[in-house]
Ligand binder design. Structure first.
Ligand code: ATP
Ligand code: MG
Length: 384
């Protein structure tokens, strides 16, 4: 009796001609997720089997795979010889002791002397005899015991299905540059886009020494959580202290956030192009804070020349974002108190609906290109 994990994939099978490419990325991503654990991955009639692992690592493997996009469902199964007695013994072991159940059989092995209905009935009947507190319910059972008779003479016996993360394999939809702050929103935005198959790089802006080292560690931790879903990521850390000082010294204080945002977007776009990213991603949500009005987005978006900006959270309420943040395991890190660079030199009354001509007039007081070059030169990259 060997334990195996059955992995069923979701939308990948829709991708007609690209199917091979999608499946290769998918298998590679599973390999990466299971790095350090002894195992084998085998493709088997439209699904994958994880085999050859230590029994006690089953939960760990399922936990790691639950972060791999493209997985529809998983089942922990016992693999036995296709023989009624052996199948029955495995079903006893893996099935419940009470409640309602049914047996569902899939028979790829057409040489087996019974058809799938007969096999389900035989195993179901024997389970009823052996465990008197079980009852059959064909329509709405509490437990479905699955039997998968394979062509190679083995049968997979499993109890129910575990929901996977869904989506598309990371790496099949290009690469994007996520602007990641230490807040709740941006890691969620990155995870949502990764779910559609995009590889993610991250950029974070800090104002050391006005922001402290804990702020930076926090962002590294958040990017690591995200990296668990994106098969790794690079975090680019850029110092914008001098930019903030210059704005503070030379411009109307009310425009601090507006002007800084425009710098962030310009720098992010240049880094994105340097690293082969095809878009920028932000955690903005319409109307959430003063800088996230449509006017604010117009102002920050208008400096990005070559790339589209994805804002996957635009239509979400804060509580919906928090739910996703909790589910991905980022929330407890995001709510740790810290100074974001945007809160340094923060004006008491930021402009809420900045007018473009006023923004441009304020920006004209700065040597924009020199400040961008200086910030870019400060970039440190951490591989996660
Ligand atoms: P978050 O929870 O992601 O911090 P927020 O609600 O605090 O978002 P803002 O501070 O207005 O919103 O930031 C909007 C978006 O701008 C963020 O989601 C992020 O994509 C980007 N951003 C803000 N600050 C930074 C920063 N210091 N470094 C990188 N990106 C940033
Ligand atoms: Mg923030």
């Amino acid at each position: 009796m060997e334990k195996v994990i059955i992995v069923r994939y979701s939308e990948i099978h829709l991708k007609g001609n690209n199917r091979g490419y999608f499946e290769r990325s998918f298998a590679e991503n599973m390999e990466k997720a299971l790095r350090g654990i002894k195992h084998e991955i085998r493709k088997h009639s439209g699904r994958y089997l994880i085999e050859g692992f230590d029994d006690e690592l089953t939960d760990e493997i399922v936990a790691r795979l639950s972060k791999v996009f493209g997985i529809h469902t998983m089942s922990v199964a016992i693999s036995v010889k296709s023989d009624l007695d052996e199948i029955f013994r495995a079903a006893c072991k893996i099935g419940p002791d009470y409640g309602t159940f049914k047996v569902e059989t899939h028979r790829a092995d057409k040489k087996f002397p019974m058809n799938s209905m007969e096999i389900s009935a035989a195993i179901g009947g024997r389970l009823l005899d052996y465990k008197p507190e079980l009852k059959v319910d064909i329509h709405n059972p509490q437990t479905v015991i699955g039997l998968d008779l394979r062509e190679n003479g083995t049968t997979l016996v499993f109890n129910g299905m575990i929901r996977g993360a869904g989506g598309m394999p990371v790496g099949t939809a290009g690469k994007g540059m996520l602007l990641i702050s230490g807040g709740i929103d941006s890691p969620v935005a990155g995870q949502m886009i990764a779910k559609r198959g995009m590889k993610i790089e991250c950029v974070h802006f800090h104002s050391y020494p006005y922001t402290n080292m804990q702020a930076r560690e926090k962002v590294e931790e958040l990017a690591s959580v995200l990296a668990g879903y994106t098969c790794g990521t690079n975090l680019h850390i850029v110092k914008v202290t001098h930019i903030q000082e210059e704005i503070h010294k030379k411009c109307n204080g009310e425009y601090m956030v507006t002007l800084l945002r425009r710098f962030m977007m310009r720098i992010a776009e240049r880094l994105a192009l340097r690293h082969g990213c095809q878009c920028l991603i932000t955690g903005e949500s319409l109307g959430q804070v003063a800088s996230q009005t449509i006017e604010g987005m117009t102002s920050s978006g208008s400096v990005v020349e070559k790339l589209p900006i994805l804002r996957p959270l635009c239509g979400f309420d804060k509580n919906e974002i928090i739910e996703r943040s909790r589910a991905m395991g980022a929330y407890e890190i995001s709510i740790r108190p810290y100074e974001d660079c945007c809160t340094v030199f923060l004006p008491r009354h930021p402009v809420i609906r900045p007018k473009m001509e006023d923004i441009l007039a304020e920006e004209a007081k700065l040597d924009v290109e020199a400040l961008i070059d200086e910030a870019l030169a400060s970039t440190e990259t951490v591989k996660l």
